[in-house]
Design a binder for this molecule. Structure first.
Ligand SMILES: *Cc1c(COP(=O)(O)O)cnc(C)c1O
Length: 387
């Protein structure tokens, strides 16, 4: 038994992460670089540990969503190129320059602010230009790019290094929209006066359309082993990286007619054994799982009964013999023959694995594992990042 700390924790298997990165490498071949996307605290796994592990396994770049996430990596003394994939407002230009981040540039205002912030540094700021080819989210319209590049060329402290776009439907069986976006992107790139570092492929594109790898790919969810339909159907044999575990905090028996949790939404119709699990919606277990879904105890499914509370929930263990306090509970992951994936939890909550993973909150301790051994841990109060 792990007799340390909170009886709720996430185990992050760094061997699995590195395996997944090598799967990506195998799929795209040696000719493209890999930007490991570590935004949203490394999809809930812990950005710093995931970043270090990815770089060790062959990623050359890191992708984050916002400047603060980039600064967090720099504070951990990670020196690899960090691309900010989200909107960078002009007022964050000084932070970008100071921390040597690579901003996505999509407006003249931000480009001018970056030029100003870097005018006294003597170094040029590499920037990546984001093109909106059909996501209708962030980016310049394809028709705006040529003019914008001419404008950037008037700013001597900026160096246009990359050009990229993001796919809207690469994970769907019908790839026609993705091909359309890809063609639109290539047409823009061809109209520019010089070759740039081009990157378009998210995890789904790496898996299904590796011919779109270009100079660099940007996998996120595949690194964490939760790409939908990832059982090798698309040539990536991925392993889930995160397991969310807890320990039973109480076992008690209800008589018929007794109810469980807020609102009394579940009432025992026979003598019922209930296990208390100290994991609630503030830890990332969706409240939508109230009276739905299950956890694993002694290798068996134990249905969640009553409303999920902020800090704990209850499971029906009537059918599981000998359940005892401190038994291990698996909320996401495998236990014996049984498995609940982040995607399964997502489906029950009407969402996707991504939202479940990045919803695992900061108060859940992260234990970093190699070869089954804990090699680092990060909790709310104690950050001794061994990894
Ligand atoms: C989040 C993100 C990715 C990674 O997407 P996955 O589906 O997790 O592989 C890639 N590129 C951009 C621009 C993103 O925002």
């Amino acid at each position: 038994m792990r007799e340390q700390g909170r009886p709720l924790w996430a185990e992050i298997d760094l061997d699995a992460l590195e395996h997944n990165l090598r799967q990506v490498r195998g799929r795209i071949g040696p000719g493209s670089q890999i930007m490991a996307v570590v935004k949203a605290n490394g999809y809930g796994h812990g950005a710093v540990a995931v970043a270090r592990s990815s770089l060790q396994a062959g990623a050359t770049h890191l992708g984050v969503a916002c400047v603060d996430e980039g600064m967090q990596l720099r504070r951990a003394e990670i020196t690899a190129p960090v691309v900010v994939l989200g909107y960078v407002p002009p007022w964050e230009a000084a932070q970008v320059v100071q921390h040597q981040l690579i901003p996505s540039v999509t407006t003249r205002e931000t480009a001018l602010a970056l030029a100003k912030a870097s005018s006294h540094t003597g170094a040029r700021v590499p920037v990546h230009l984001k093109v909106d080819t059909g996501m209708a989210r962030l980016g310049l319209a394809p028709g705006e790019v040529e003019d914008f590049v001419r404008f950037l060329d008037t700013l001597p402290t900026l160096q246009l290094q990359g050009l990229y776009t993001h796919f809207a439907a690469a994970d769907e069986a019908d790839k026609s929209y993705t091909y359309q976006q890809f063609r639109a992107f290539l047409a823009v790139a061809e109209r520019l006066p010089r070759p740039l570092l081009r990157h378009v492929a998210n995890s789904a594109a790496v898996a299904d359309l590796p011919e779109m790898a270009l100079e660099m790919v940007r996998p996120g969810i595949a690194l964490y082993g939760c790409l939908a339909g990832s059982s090798g159907s698309h040539g990536l044999a991925l392993r889930p990286v995160l397991v969310l575990k807890s320990r039973v905090a109480r076992v008690h028996t209800l008589s018929p007619g007794e109810s469980v949790s807020y609102g009394r939404t579940w009432i025992a119709d026979k003598p019922t054994k209930i296990a208390l699990v100290p994991c609630g919606y503030a830890d990332g277990l969706p409240r939508l799982l109230s009276n739905r879904g299950a956890v694993l105890i002694r290798g068996q499914q134990a249905p969640i009964v009553g409303r999920v509370c902020m800090d704990m929930h209850m499971a029906d263990v009537t059918h599981i013999p000998e359940v005892a306090i401190h038994d291990e509970v698996v909320i996401i992951g495998r236990q014996g023959e049984a498995e609940i994936t982040a995607g399964d939890v997502g489906e029950l909550a009407g969402t996707i694995s991504y939202e479940i993973l990045c919803g695992i909150s900061a108060r859940v301790p992260r234990l970093y594992m190699r070869e089954g051994q804990v090699v680092g841990r990060r909790t709310l109060v104690d950050t001794n990042p061994v990894v």
